[in-house]
Design a protein around this ligand. Structure first.
Ligand SMILES: O=P(O)(O)OC[C@H]1O[C@H](O[C@H]2O[C@H](CO)[C@@H](O)[C@H](O)[C@H]2O)[C@H](O)[C@@H](O)[C@@H]1O
Length: 210
C-alpha cells in the first residue's frame, strides 16, 4: 500500500485529509473525552510539515481543534460545513485573510432549536447524549441499553418530523442530524483542494485517512 502511494505521488503534491474519531483518536464511550495521544499529535505535526493537512470531521470545529491543538492546519468540522484554515499565501502577504467557509450558516438557529428539543426528548433515556456540533447534531447511543435503541430512534425521528429541512443518518452508535444541503465531506475536500490551487489538477494526490 505504502509503495502504491509513493508511486502514485511521483511529481505530485500530496494533500492529507485526516478524520478524527477512530482515526486520530480511539473510539471511547464519552465523546467529550476522545483525546488523541501526544505521539499521534506529533505524527500529525510531522505530516503537516511536509504536506498541506486538513482534519475533516463530523464534530464541531472548535471542539476538534481543542483536541488536536495544532495551528497551521485546515479544519473542516460539522461534516465539512465549517471550514477554516490558513490562506495559501499567509507566509508572503501581510494582509492575508484566514480561510473561512460555512455553507450552512442559515441553519444555525434551527440547529440550536432542534438541539434543545432533542435534549428534552431524550432525557428519559439513560445513557443518551446529545452533542451540538454547531451545524449538525449527534445523538449518541453507545451507552444506551440496546433494548432502548428503538425508543431513542423513535424520539429523534418524531422530533425531526417538524423539521423537513433536516435529515437523519447513522454513524458508529450515533444518530446524526444535519441540514439537507448539497454539501458533505467530499465537497469540503474539493473546496480545500481548490483553495490550495489544485482545482481539477493532475498535479495533486489527495490522501484521505478515515
Ligand atoms: O464523521 P466523523 O468525524 O467520523 O464523526 C462521527 C462522530 O464522531 C464522534 O462520535 C464517535 O466517537 C465517539 C468518541 O470516540 C464515540 O463515543 C461515538 O460512539 C462515535 O460515534 C462524535 O462525537 C460525533 O459527534 C460524530 O458524529
Amino acid at each position: 500500500m505504502f509503495h502504491q502511494i509513493v508511486n502514485a505521488s511521483k511529481g505530485k503534491q500530496i494533500v492529507m485529509f485526516l478524520d478524527y474519531d477512530g482515526t486520530l483518536s480511539p473510539i471511547v464511550e464519552d465523546p467529550d473525552r476522545a483525546f488523541m495521544t501526544n505521539e499521534m499529535r506529533e505524527a500529525v505535526r510531522d505530516v503537516a510539515r511536509y504536506f498541506p493537512t486538513a482534519i475533516v470531521t463530523g464534530r464541531c470545529r472548535d471542539k476538534v481543534y481543542s483536541f488536536v491543538k495544532l495551528a497551521g492546519l485546515y479544519y473542516a468540522g460539522s461534516h465539512g460545513m465549517d471550514i477554516k484554515g490558513p490562506s495559501k499565501t499567509r507566509k508572503y502577504k501581510k494582509d492575508h485573510q484566514a480561510l473561512l467557509f460555512q455553507p450552512a450558516s442559515k441553519f444555525l438557529p434551527m440547529i440550536d432549536e432542534v438541539y434543545k428539543v432533542l435534549i428534552e426528548k431524550t432525557k428519559s433515556i439513560p445513557g443518551a447524549k446529545v452533542e451540538n456540533n454547531k451545524f449538525c447534531i449527534s445523538v449518541h447511543f453507545r451507552c444506551v441499553d440496546e433494548k432502548m435503541w428503538a425508543a431513542l430512534a423513535e424520539q429523534v425521528g418524531s422530533a425531526l418530523n417538524d423539521y423537513p429541512k433536516l435529515r437523519l443518518t447513522q454513524g458508529r452508535k450515533v444518530l446524526e442530524i444535519r441540514p439537507i444541503i448539497k454539501w458533505d465531506k467530499g465537497k469540503a475536500l474539493e473546496f480545500l483542494l481548490e483553495s490550495l490551487g489544485y482545482a481539477n489538477s493532475n498535479n495533486v494526490l489527495p490522501v484521505y485517512i478515515g
